[in-house]
Design a binder for this molecule. Sequence first.
Ligand SMILES: Nc1ncnc2c1ncn2[C@@H]1O[C@H](COP(=O)(O)OP(=O)(O)OP(=O)(O)O)[C@@H](O)[C@H]1O
Length: 689
Amino acid sequence: MPAVADESEILAAERAHLAESRAALRRMREHAESLSADTAADLVSRQFLESLLQQRVEALADRPGTPLFFGRMDRDGESGPDLPAVMYVGRRHVHDGDEGRPLVLDWRAPVSRAFYQAGPADPMGWRLRRRFGFQAGELTAFEDEPLDGGDPHKNDPHKNDPHKSDPHKSDRGTSRILTEEIERPRTGPMRDIVATIQPEQDAIVRAALGATVCVQGAPGTGKTAVGLHRAAYLLFTHRERLSRSGVLIVGPNRAFLAYISAVLPALGEVRVEQATIDDLLGAPLGEEPAPVSAAKGDARLADVLRRALWQHVRKPEEGLVVTRGSARYRLADHEVREIAAGLRGTTRYGAGRAAFAQRLAHRILVQMEQRGEAPDDRVQDQVARSRPVRQVLDAVWPKVTAEQVLHRLLSDAEFLRRAAKGVLDEDEQAAIRWAKAPRSHRSVRWTAADRALLDELNGLIERTASLGHLVVDEAQDLSAMQLRALGRRCGTGSATVLGDLAQGTTAWSARSWTEVLAHLGQDGEVTELSLGFRVPGTVLDYAARLLPHVAPGLERPRSLRPGAGALDVRRVPDVVSAAAGAAREALARPGSVGLIVPDADTGAHAAALAAAGLAAEVLGPESDGTARLLVVPAALAKGLEYDHVIVAEPAAIAAAEARGLARLYVVLTRAVTSLTVLHRDDLPVELAS
Ligand SMILES: Nc1ncnc2c1ncn2[C@@H]1O[C@H](COP(=O)(O)OP(=O)(O)OP(=O)(O)O)[C@@H](O)[C@H]1O
């Protein structure tokens, strides 16, 4: 591109490059559409090829609202065959069909790393970074950042005008395009941040596939965003391997998964599974007091379960007699005992049972051979399945299900005592035992904590398949036993573990990331993100008054944006009607509005909004929360955000549960632009001072 001095000329040239890239993408898509699956040898291959081609065509769609590129880098010095003088970075690779010349490079390509990481301290061979601002798909602004210590205003026509120069930076020297991107009103699910990923975030996104990373981050530091972009990065970089083994995102509830569901498809990744822990382990059918859940979530239960399961393998009392035709073959009781003892505890229970049958059969086969027969493998299988062997098997190594074992453990005090000896004291045993046991394992209303115990038992009986990579969000809320369940699902893979110890709201919330990683069975580094993007400084400072009470060891979070005037705390005579008034005011401004209320008051607030003629959606565990005005029960607010947040009666939110102050901390950190706190009762003392 020739040197241009005038801003409008630069914009015109950049728009021309955008138009050229769009045209090239159109040609790439037309080419993909013209390809035929007819060359496939058979019907199955043909269907497979057709679906691949279809995916390729879909991936090459040009979405008008999504800019093809968002940044550009200019080289310092000579370009080479692998090093273009200028590179444009975008959501996908676009090349010129004729010459194969790259017009846009995928943000995940190794060379694009410089766009996120280069800085004056290490320009990585580049001279200039340019970021583009878009409105409704139109390129409307740019922002230049010299990487070589040069004059940032070299091309700035206003450089001598104090009112106009540096039009692209906000007061604190922060990128205005970044600030505008964050403050752009929210109208639906979460967006990608690919244009503005920050260097410390990028380092996590691009960590190697084999590395498990654990990110502690204050509210709004971009943990969720980073986790999703990491999934997209890994899928791009290790496409073949991960398309076989799979990537899974685990989030706290359906509302959260609905909120994040658009990010990966926007990045071209449509085949990533997203699930809650209940989806993976089975939905709970019953509830129990929090201290019972906490006791059942303890990692020591793993030992108890292992012992409970293996107690089902009994010492053989009798030998084995197999009759085939007129011949009888015998194994003495001590021989059967020896085989069982050799296998006990060396494999999973189910595999051990199968191996036990095969070894018994093998010994019989040896006897057959000694008598001059020539039995083959089929005979061994027949013997293994024969009635006498099955009888020994059922007596010594009975088939059991996880449900049977857990039912017995939680209802039979003597069985529990034997399994928990030296691990749980009597009070701890009493805490997890049922006061009134369900009649059979089929009639149990399993709780969330039981589900994790069942999964542990299932993992002891049969192998759990491992995925290639697991992203676990809000990981601080998972019990040790749930983490172990997730660990089994990435046993031969790796994980990205995201969370904030200050936002732990469950009875079993984690106190240390080292422990979380240990329960997951992963070696990993703990990194911290401390710069908040979502919450304005004034609001973050207000919420952080709770921090010493919920997580004393953590640093106070910092915010990218000062947010003067973003916080309004009001004492009102009637919180429900005041909230409707505040919602009306907030709706007059652009963006989404979240009215976060004590769970028990959800209905009253929804009714007051309806009476005030305001259309609102009540967020439920299954809803997708796409309305502009949402009534959000405090328990569901985690991970979500709204441009304007109204919090009703903080004291009631704090009083509603054991870790209520942590819940309040979550609730107070959901706002992007403004937070209004309405209270009739005194504020919790921790917040008031
Ligand atoms: N580099 C970035 N550029 C633009 N926006 C960003 C960036 N990083 C984070 N954000 C935005 O900040 C907001 C908060 O991000 P995110 O939800 O990922 O934070 P979080 O750490 O998971 O928060 P919480 O702990 O409260 O769930 C989102 O709107 C996200 O898009």
